[in-house]
Design a protein around this ligand. Structure first.
Ligand code: GTP
Ligand code: MG
Length: 371
């Protein structure tokens, strides 16, 4: 009898457990609160709710451009780099090739390096390195070889410059593109999409610059040209929600990479910097951000370093894109910014053309400087 009661009790407990389990699983998941700001982010199945922010996905056009191949782009852009930065290398070589390297000459060498935005510490390092090499090994050492070795060492060929554009567990890689106003973020997103498309990757773009309708259109045009879908909100939509929708769309469409463009923001505007942190946190409810690219305009000089520091604190920058290297001879910023952040320069912008973006390579960069 006691055994029978025990069996009935056990069966009852198991049944109640199963029913409760089913009820809990069947319930709609609660919206995900953003812990920092208290903003509620709609979970995936709520995206079609009437009160969810309107999101459009632009359709690919009838005619699709074929982006330039990597090989041809590299040859072309190395020449352009040599054209823009070569004066700096040639100036140094002329000084180093003098018969007598007196103190005046070393000072001139320092000036050339500082003018190229190399920064004080790295400049001293190069000068010391060159003095040692040329002193120890005597005049016969080829000054060009000595300079090349010093500069390559400074630019650091050991840094891992691969772009993390792939995700794990069947989810896409997510690239978040950030920076101050007008540095070339949207252009870089467009150019990067083309590079990935040329490598047969499937890409979605997220237009999380919702301040200006024109910004969204600008990105949509880049996408349309190469048949890439662009997820966009209406003007004024919360950028974090557009970013979330873009990544969600990318997950559902099974793309390889989602690239999210953000609005330009000054590093001293705390509210805008908080917003950026939120964009990243909200995206990560869908999939990890695999790459945070900080876009710096090479012509802005040391101000770029201040930007780098602040952005890095907010979003954990993993790579730098130096744009407009075609428009200044200040290639030394590569070294300063890498030192400042401990993060490599991964891409360089070398013009306004759609395929004027190249992966950064330390040795190729120095060779372009030295001609
Ligand atoms: N010469 C040159 N111009 C560039 C390069 N990259 C971008 N630009 C130009 O810089 C200008 C600004 O580019 P955008 O991509 O709109 O800059 P953004 O950072 O998205 O600007 P906001 O969204 O307003 O903050 C455009 O005229 C681009 O053509 C580059 O590598 N070289
Ligand atoms: Mg932009």
């Amino acid at each position: 009898m006691a055994l029978l009661i025990l069996i009935i009790a056990v069966v009852a407990v198991v049944l109640i457990g199963a029913v409760v389990g089913l009820l809990v699983r069947g319930r709609k998941p609660a919206p995900l609160p953003d812990t920092h700001t208290g903003v509620i982010v709609q979970p995936p199945e709520a995206a079609e709710d009437a009160d969810a922010p309107p999101v459009e996905v632009s359709a690919p056009p009838a005619t699709i451009e074929k982006p330039e191949s990597t090989a041809s782009r590299l040859v072309r852009l190395r020449q352009r780099l040599a054209g823009a930065q070569g004066g700096f290398g040639r100036g140094l070589l002329a000084l180093l090739s003098r018969d007598r390297l007196d103190e005046d000459t070393w000072e001139s060498i320092e000036d050339v390096l500082l003018t190229a935005d190399l920064g004080v510490g790295p400049t001293q390092q190069v000068v010391e390195g060159l003095r040692t090499r040329l002193r120890v090994e005597g005049a016969p050492e080829d000054p060009k070889a000595a300079l090349r070795a010093e500069l390559v060492n400074l630019v650091d060929p050991a840094m891992d410059r691969r772009l993390q554009v792939s995700g794990a567990d069947g989810r896409p890689g997510v690239v978040l593109v950030v920076g101050v106003n007008g540095t070339g973020k949207t252009t870089t997103v467009g150019k990067l999409a083309r590079i990935l498309v040329a490598e047969d990757r499937k890409v979605t773009l997220g237009a999380a610059d919702t301040f200006r309708a024109a910004a969204v259109d600008q990105l949509a045009t880049w996408g349309e040209r190469v048949g890439v879908e662009v997820v966009r909100g209406t003007e004024g939509t919360d950028p974090a929600s557009v970013a979330f929708d873009a990544v969600q769309h990318g997950v559902e469409a099974g793309v390889d990479t989602v690239i999210v463009d953000t609005a330009g923001r000054l590093q001293n505007k705390a509210g805008l910097m908080d917003e950026l942190g939120k964009v990243k946190r909200v995206i990560e409810k869908q999939a990890p951000v695999t790459e945070v690219l900080l876009v710096i305009d090479a012509t802005t000089g040391q101000n770029g370093l201040i930007q780098a520091r602040v952005f890095s604190e907010v979003v954990d920058v993993t790579g730098v894109v130096l744009t407009k290297l075609d428009g200044s001879a200040k290639g030394g910023i590569v070294v300063s910014v890498q030192r400042e952040l401990g993060v490599p320069v991964k891409l360089v912008g070398l013009g306004e053309g759609p395929d004027d973006l190249a992966p950064f390579d330390a040795e190729a960069f120095v060779d372009a400087l030295l001609g």
